[in-house]
Design a protein around this ligand. Structure first.
Ligand SMILES: [Zn+2]
Length: 162
């Protein structure tokens, strides 16, 4: 008859505050219509150290996708987009609405924005997008922090990239 005692031990093990969970990024944690592009950051999974910076230029619809270490995305072809770019398009439509995104990109009329965008691969600067993403994260999670933005230091290659 030790069940009562076991129950007490279980109850005493319940924490008042849950432990901090490992950070889970949204699939597309950052989207913006800026600098003549639809651009943003697409997560490769749950690891913040592995994200892709993806962008699509207005008018030409040329696209680019690279990792935060500035390696070209392996899923990108000369004339076709990778899944990150398609995820970026979908998320932009969700956040801004189809009309606004299509107008910004000068994509023309149609319900399927993906098929309206027919650019080719280009090399776009990812550094500015990525640093805005980091600032965005900082504002979201530690709005009152007086600490400097130490996240910038783990990506030294960023400043050298053009
Ligand atoms: Zn990609």
């Amino acid at each position: 008859m030790g069940s009562g005692e076991a129950g007490w031990e279980e109850r005493s093990a319940v924490r008042v505050a849950p432990p901090v969970q490992p950070r889970k990024l949204a699939k597309v944690p950052f989207v913006e219509l800026a600098e003549g592009r639809l651009q943003g950051v697409v997560s490769s999974g749950s690891d913040i150290a592995r994200v892709y910076v993806s962008s699509i230029a207005a008018e030409t619809h040329d696209f680019s996708c690279s990792t935060n270490n500035n390696r070209p995305c392996g899923g990108l072809g000369g004339g076709h987009r990778c899944k990150h770019l398609d995820a970026l398009i979908d998320e932009a439509v969700r956040q801004y609405g189809l009309e606004r995104v299509a107008r910004y990109l000068k994509a023309g009329e149609g319900d399927d924005l993906r098929s309206l965008l027919q650019g080719t691969r280009e090399k776009a600067p990812a550094a500015a997008v990525f640093s805005r993403f980091l600032r965005h994260l900082t504002y979201l999670e530690v709005p009152a922090s007086p600490e400097p933005l130490t996240e910038m230091h783990w990506f030294p290659a960023l400043g050298a990239v053009r």
